[in-house]
Design a protein around this ligand. Structure first.
Ligand code: SF4
Length: 522
């Protein structure tokens, strides 16, 4: 089938079947797309929706859903994506091409992410929540005529109660709502199970198992319908997925999507290469490294060694901050030879370092790991120092570590809460704010990449205008074997639910090539 580039003008305007297919700005995504699209488009569409869903997630953590700040944040974020035309609130009249393209993008991208996010319970839960929030946000922006037409197009069969019935129950409706709202709203009579949110919030009048829902609250009913349909669809897609696994082009892309990092890659091709030397790292680790890298640095200094996962995570991060190959070799060698024969280092470990810099093997210039990659893959085992402390440490140990770094109690409470709820990057952002004396009611710093953390920290410290709180390096908490195994167990429990075998695939690094060449144990 024809592939239509987003910004191309169509000769003869938009086809009538396209108009019919995307007659409304909102969809329940009942029918899968039947077009043929290129792999490049497939990936672009997925990434674009992922950006929107991640913004939806961040908005709901930072602000109360539906609040002015929430709406403003989402509008701002969506305007930076190809979904921006979907922010239009007009309904009816001629639909412009850009809007129609956005509706098509909305449709296709939803189904691509369904494939990527149906694979495990955790992924399904995340996707469902963000899709529901996105639907609510978009539905509430629409006007009344658009709401009614959405009900009609989707054969939802909800009809307003007649005026006589409304008059009969008027005193009860007023008891649940303001008289002004009751007067202007039409009411829908639905089974109470379809409006559980409203029943729970005592915001509806109930009579013989039926709830009287105001038109303003219609979103609650539709969300309930959408939740049921999408949950079912995700389960069905998951069962059908094994058939897709034969396709070796789509599979790696789908597996990588849930760990996808959407920002800058922070390899050291940029201007900072050579600006950092081996002897600066101790100081920088105390002032500007994120907790994951502080932990690796401490592990290396204490044991004069890091296992493979730690060397990869830390080595590529150091490369990203500007450590040249010569300086990296000097840094790693100086520490490793404190615990082993220099010959052994030269034979077994120097290859690994040169490989990171694209001087061995495939000679690829590997990029530092993003937060998503660190959080979602290669769970640390006993004796490992890699991973993300907010994800891989148990709650008590995390608090202990934060206290040891003189982080204020209210910040520790917030960080622990974010970490407990699975918002690891927001926990890191709050840690960043606390350790850089940035205050405010809401979390302001959003961390997506350890090298972004480093750059932002350096920018603030270069400004020098603030008295900064340097984490106390002398009081780094060591993780005992029992604490570590507990932390690892917690992480494994989470990971077990996520792994379907597909998550094990690396999306941007040939681990097997390195592993077979290095054959390194301890
Ligand atoms: Fe490191 Fe990212 Fe975890 Fe922060 S959120 S500790 S930068 S992996």
């Amino acid at each position: 089938m024809e592939i239509i580039k987003t910004r191309q003008r169509r000769p003869g305007g938009i086809k009538s079947e396209v108009k019919q297919k995307y007659a409304h700005p909102l969809q329940f995504y009942s029918l899968p797309p039947e077009e043929t699209i290129s792999l490049q488009e497939f990936e672009e569409f997925a990434v674009e929706r992922l950006k929107v869903l991640k913004a939806v997630e961040t908005a709901s953590v930072r602000h109360v859903r539906g609040s002015t700040e929430y709406v403003a944040y989402l509008e701002k974020e969506i305007k930076n994506t190809k979904f921006k035309s979907l922010l239009k609130v007009s309904y009816g009249g001629e639909v412009k091409e850009d809007e129609m393209d956005a509706r098509r993008l909305d449709h296709i991208s939803h189904f691509i992410l369904r494939l990527a996010y149906c694979r495990s319970e955790d992924l399904r839960r995340w996707f469902l929540q963000q899709e529901l929030d996105l639907f609510r946000f978009r539905f509430q922006r629409q006007k009344k005529d658009s709401h009614l037409s959405f009900l009609k197009i989707n054969n939802l069969g909800y009809k307003p109660i007649p005026d006589e019935e409304k008059t009969k129950v008027l005193p009860y409706l007023v008891a649940c709502d303001t008289p002004a709202r009751v007067e202007v709203n039409e009411y829908y009579k639905v089974h109470f199970t379809e409006a559980l949110d409203l029943v729970r919030g005592k915001r509806v009048y109930l009579e013989r198992g039926f709830a009287f829902v105001a038109q303003d609250d219609l979103a609650s009913i539709l969300l309930s319908v959408y939740r049921t349909r999408l949950s079912h669809a995700l389960a069905v897609t998951c069962r059908a997925l094994p058939h897709l696994e034969e396709d070796d082009r789509l599979l790696p892309m789908l597996c990588g999507l849930s760990k996808r990092y959407l920002g800058q890659d922070y390899n050291n091709k940029k201007t900072n290469v050579g600006q950092i030397t081996a002897d600066m790292i101790d100081l920088l680790s105390r002032t500007s490294f994120p907790p994951c890298m502080q932990q690796l640095h401490q592990g290396l200094r204490s044991n004069h060694h890091l296992k493979h996962g730690g060397r990869m995570q830390y080595g590529l991060f150091l490369k990203g901050i500007g450590l040249s190959l010569d300086e990296a070799m000097k840094f790693w060698r100086a520490e490793f030879v404190k615990g082993m024969d220099p010959d052994k280092f030269d034979k077994q470990y120097s290859y690994n370092i040169r490989h990171n810099y694209g001087k061995e093997g495939k000679r690829a210039d590997y990029t530092p790991y993003s937060c998503m990659k660190i959080i979602m893959s290669n769970t640390p085992g006993q004796g490992d120092s890699h991973g993300c402390p907010f994800r891989h440490c148990d709650g008590d140990l995390l608090r202990q570590k934060l206290r040891a770094q003189n982080i204020a109690k209210d910040a520790i409470d917030e960080i622990s809460k974010f970490a407990k709820e699975g918002h690891y990057q927001l926990a890191c952002g709050r840690y960043f704010d606390a350790s850089h004396n940035i205050s405010g009611d809401n979390v302001e710093t959003s961390i997506n990449h350890p090298n972004q953390y480093f750059e932002e920290s350096q920018n603030i410290r270069k400004d020098g205008g603030k008295k900064l709180n340097t984490p106390n390096p002398g009081r780094v908490i060591r993780v005992s074997a029992s604490q570590n195994s507990q932390a690892v167990k917690t992480a494994s429990q989470l990971t077990d639910t996520q792994n379907t075998g597909l998550d094990e695939m690396e999306d941007d690094f040939p681990m097997e090539e390195l592993d077979s060449m290095l054959q390194e144990t301890q």
